[in-house]
Design a protein around this ligand. Structure first.
Ligand code: DGL
Length: 246
């Protein structure tokens, strides 16, 4: 059987990369929903419908567990999906704000995420639970889309315009969208030597634990099948390039 994983494009490759490190002998189906990118500005009903269709398709393709490798989709759709597909483990990513609380709570923190994630009830609950009162929440409208399209110059310009004001003011940066680890170097160019917090490694450990607990671990070939909702060859190449680079 497979592990099904999806995002609004290739951003979730940053999550899959962490998963494969500790579960190299599982088979994977990665669904890149580039047709519906960005998710960040869609309303809850739209996101729930999109995710419902993807999960149902992944189940038809013999998936034993689903990983939502998208903070926005996790924040808005996971409760619905867990209720509807109650027999299936569904693992969801969230911005690593609790990690800041656990490891660097005394430091000025910038949370970068989509507007959808930051405004979601799920994130607001997490934020208020662990608020260190030295945190700026920054909805990065349009950034995931630029990364998805690999618009290098535009990304640099966007980051400069939106992040420069935080230079020397923040030490922690929460990468609250799975596309953002792909531009860590560009963020460092603006903010200097900040510490990044990314939820993917913890998610990978949790996934392994859930598979163990449910007797679902397998010893397969580590095959990764990539499907893009626009059938984009270019996305496929970029996806495997990212996985290989890391
Ligand atoms: N990569 C996604 C996330 O983690 C979604 C980005 C988008 O489609 O807006 O939030």
């Amino acid at each position: 059987m497979n592990i099904g994983i999806f995002d609004s494009g290739i951003g979730g490759s940053t999550v899959l990369k962490e998963i494969v490190k500790i579960l190299p002998n599982e088979d994977y189906i990665y669904y890149s929903d580039s047709k519906n990118n960005p998710y960040g500005d869609k309303n809850d009903t739209e996101i729930i419908e999109i995710c419902d269709n993807i999960v149902s398709m992944l189940i038809d393709r013999n998936c034993k567990v689903i990983v939502i490798a998208c903070n926005t989709a996790s924040a808005k759709a996971v409760d619905f999906l867990r209720k509807k597909y109650s027999n299936l483990p569904i693992i969801a990513i969230e911005p690593a704000y609790k990690m800041v609380h656990d490891y660097a709570n005394d430091k000025e923190t910038l949370v970068m995420a989509t507007r959808g994630t930051i405004e979601s009830e799920k994130f607001q609950i997490l934020f208020h639970k662990y608020d260190n009162e030295k945190t700026v929440l920054l909805p990065c409208i349009g950034l995931a889309n630029l990364i998805e399209k690999d618009e290098k110059e535009q990304i640099k310009k966007y980051l400069k315009e939106n992040l420069l004001q935080y230079k020397n003011r923040v030490e922690n940066v929460v990468l609250g969208c799975t596309h953002y680890p792909l531009v860590k170097n560009e963020i460092k160019e603006i903010l200097g030597n900040v510490t990044f917090f990314d939820g993917a490694p913890k998610l990978a450990q949790h996934l392994k634990y859930v598979l163990e607990e449910n007797g679902l671990l397998e010893n397969n070939n580590g095959k990764i099948e990539f499907i893009d909702s626009q059938n984009s060859k270019e996305k496929k190449e970029r996806f495997f390039e990212i996985l290989e680079q890391r």
